[in-house]
Design a protein around this ligand. Structure first.
Ligand SMILES: NC(=O)c1ccc[n+]([C@@H]2O[C@H](COP(=O)([O-])OP(=O)(O)OC[C@H]3O[C@@H](n4cnc5c(N)ncnc54)[C@H](OP(=O)(O)O)[C@@H]3O)[C@@H](O)[C@H]2O)c1
Length: 287
């Protein structure tokens, strides 16, 4: 395997779950897959086992728990320890193997109301469920994945176990408040690894990508595509060890892996961070 394997995580949030892109990932040395119990209409795990059961043992598989199906509605979020425990066990059954990592999915969804002490206890109890699952071998390790980490920093403290993985948004579409909250949470939790997610904000077809040239973030831009530059910048905004990115297109995945060789200009990243902070300050002053 090449060095790419630990820095690119193939995310299945929007994926059709076709084996071709999984095979290409393995060929490219991308050895990590990220899914969730609620992806593909709550069928991601069983679908992976069915269409790619022979490939799964070759991947480091991460998944997430926190969303639950509800008849007549899309889903509901819960940090109820019993439901989380059952969801981790179900994930292992449906995948046909223990996941290497189980992440607590967007815990902020269930932590917006109530006294701070009670919210801190709920978060700690949910984390302990995942920590216990990892200790007992139902999964290899555990972590937290948060789309909006702003409410979480204040809820960390002595009662919270240290996660193996923290997953946060990364890239050029992430605003100052989210970046800073992710960095604060990283400093408080001290995870063994930080993963970025959604480097294109879910789509490379949005207008925003036509309005500027992300190659300004690279030291030598001549050989790179704008998509590669945006992907590479996502490793520095904030600083992360790996990035979970989605694609159904094997050629696109190859393009992303090739981007790992590109060098980011840290001065430009620093200037960009200052611009983001200034814009956030101005917007706060107007409110
Ligand atoms: N809260 C959470 O836990 C959470 C939330 C969001 C995301 N995530 C994780 O992060 C992963 C990625 O996030 P995401 O799917 O939201 O968005 P993303 O990775 O920012 O964007 C995916 C889109 O980018 C396109 N793309 C990728 N490489 C490309 C290339 N080289 N050229 C052109 N287009 C390209 C893909 O289209 P093609 O298929 O055409 O290539 C796809 O539509 C998810 O799968 C999941 O693992 C986690």
């Amino acid at each position: 395997m090449c060095a790419a394997d630990s820095r690119v995580v193939l995310g299945l949030h929007r994926s059709r779950h076709e084996p071709a892109v999984l095979r290409e990932a393995l060929d490219l040395g991308v050895g990590a897959l990220d899914t969730s119990s609620n992806y593909l209409g709550f069928r991601s795990h069983e679908t992976l086992a069915r269409v790619a059961g022979d490939l799964l043992p070759r991947f480091r598989v991460s998944t997430k728990v926190g969303y639950f199906p509800v008849p007549g509605r899309a889903s509901e979020h819960s940090l109820d320890p019993e439901r989380l425990r059952a969801a981790v066990e179900r994930a292992a059954q449906d995948l046909g193997r223990e996941p290497d990592v189980v992440l607590l999915h967007n815990p902020e969804h269930s932590l917006s109301a109530g006294p701070e002490a009670a919210r801190r206890e709920r978060l700690a109890a949910a984390c302990h469920v995942l920590e216990d699952a990892a200790l007992s071998g139902v999964c290899g390790s555990w972590g937290i994945s948060s789309w909006d980490p702003r409410p979480l920093g204040a809820l960390t403290g002595d009662g919270l176990p240290r996660p193996d993985v923290l997953m946060v948004r990364s890239g050029l579409l992430v605003r100052a408040g989210i970046l800073e909250a992710a960095e604060l949470l990283t400093a408080r939790l001290r995870p063994s690894q930080v993963w970025g997610m959604s480097p294109f904000g879910g789509s490379t077809a949005e207008d925003v990508w036509g309005r500027f040239d992300p190659r300004v973030f690279l030291r030598e831009a001549e050989q790179a595509t704008a998509t590669q530059a945006a992907f590479r910048a996502a490793y520095r905004l904030p600083a992360v060890d790996a990035v979970a990115v989605g694609t159904d297109n094997p050629a696109h995945l190859r393009e992303l892996v090739d981007a790992l060789a590109l060098e980011v200009d840290e001065d430009v990243v620093g200037q960009y961070r200052r611009l983001l902070r200034d814009a956030a300050d101005r917007s706060e002053a107007r409110q």
